[in-house]
Ligand binder design. Structure first.
Ligand code: SF4
Length: 372
């Protein structure tokens, strides 16, 4: 079968000429083209935008606390903040705990420490500053990618500071980048069903991202899909991210996060019974490349969330990055997704589809290729 259909050539030429897809055009691609055609179009665009290299970071995750003032129906990680001290499952890492985590991190020689947690209303600004300084003292040279945008907003609100003041202080303490999490789905009607009001709206997420980027702190962008959203919500989310990037650049990558249903309130309420299909997972990555690739060229495939098999296929359909080793990850772990990998396995996943694996830093600079 000739995969290069009329639709393929038409859209490849239009996007290659610099045109940014509008909502109805993206919808047309989804409606008119088959999965293999969409993936082929995305893969060809990947070739022109980033080439054949697939990157990943050697990263170690630290989740400082699971107490949370929000109670998002998509989340299996949180313990309600109001029962702090009364739950055997709730925790807050002390600075000694953080040092112990860093000692474990040293074993994999990470270039990046990734830190996120719940909305813990009991932790003062100084707690985060101490954690960040401890990271930099114990692992000098490592890049510290910390906090989701809603976490930063929550910390600013509960400590009586502006976002600018919080970012200034955190940057001075060692924060180099934000994680880009908490974007979920921007559409407010969907957002209301998957997150509680403590989490900022999609509008505010985008506004905060522009402010943080304008201060020189870059970060990733994300979207959580596979719950109660539809394709229109996904297209809308991708276009809004792209337009934000055009206004104030600062997104290092886009990472779609497949909703992991196990142990979540959405599953317990019976609102979501099954995980998204492999077909949808592949189409999300491909559409991200097709809609956003000119402006956010690093489209990541998070193997922890989609599984290694689908991740590998997505690298031939728009994906150009595997995120990282994600050692010690606990957020997906709370939904029973206890995936593990090694650098050797990531290299093999890439090489066996004919692409070139490369280690990168947080800012997507390549620091080691494996092409011999
Ligand atoms: S998703 Fe984040 S904000 Fe929502 S309950 Fe979980 S930890 Fe809290």
């Amino acid at each position: 079968m000739n995969v290069e259909s009329y639709e393929y050539s038409y859209w490849f030429d239009i996007i290659s000429s610099g045109h940014r897809l509008e909502f109805n055009e993206a919808r047309e691609i989804l409606n008119d083209m088959k999965l293999h055609e969409i993936m082929h179009l995305a893969n060809q665009l990947t070739g022109t935008q980033v080439g054949d290299t697939v990157t990943y970071a050697v990263s170690y995750n630290i989740n400082y606390s699971n107490y949370c003032a929000a109670s998002c129906p998509i989340c299996a990680f949180y313990v309600p903040a109001k029962i702090r001290g009364k739950s055997s499952k709730g925790y807050e890492l002390t600075i000694d705990d953080v040092k112990a985590e860093l000692a474990k991190a040293k074993e994999i020689n990470p270039t990046e420490i990734h830190i996120v947690g719940g909305f813990n209303p009991y932790l003062p600004l100084e707690y985060y500053e101490s954690v960040f300084k401890t990271v930099k003292e114990n692992l000098p040279g490592v890049t510290l990618k910390a906090l989701t945008i809603p976490e930063i907003d929550f910390i600013a609100r509960t400590t009586g500071n502006s976002i600018k003041e919080v970012i200034d202080r955190f940057h001075a303490s060692g924060m180099d980048a934000h994680t880009g999490g908490g974007a979920e789905i921007f559409d407010q009607e969907v957002r209301k069903q998957i997150a509680t009001p403590e989490k900022i709206s999609g509008e505010d997420w985008l506004k905060d991202a522009k402010l943080i980027h304008s201060m020189g702190i870059k970060g990733n962008s994300t979207m959580t899909y596979g719950h109660v959203e539809n394709w229109d919500n996904i297209i809308d989310h991708l276009i809004r991210l792209r337009e934000n990037e055009k206004e104030v650049p600062g997104f290092l990558s886009f990472i779609p996060l497949k909703f992991s249903i196990e142990n979540t309130p959405l599953q317990k309420m019976g609102k979501v019974k099954f995980a998204s299909s492999g077909e949808k997972d592949l189409k999300v990555v491909a559409m991200a490349r097709i809609i956003m690739g000119q402006d956010i060229k690093n489209i990541s495939v998070y193997w922890v969330s989609v599984g290694k098999g689908i991740a590998q296929m997505a690298l031939n359909g728009g994906g150009s990055d595997l995120v990282g080793t994600a050692a010690s990850e606990k957020i997906f772990g709370a939904t029973d997704r206890r995936e593990h990998t090694t650098i050797e396995e990531l290299n093999n996943m890439v090489e066996s589809i004919g692409k070139i694996p490369a280690r990168r830093d947080t800012f997507y600079n390549i620091i080691g290729k494996f092409d011999n």
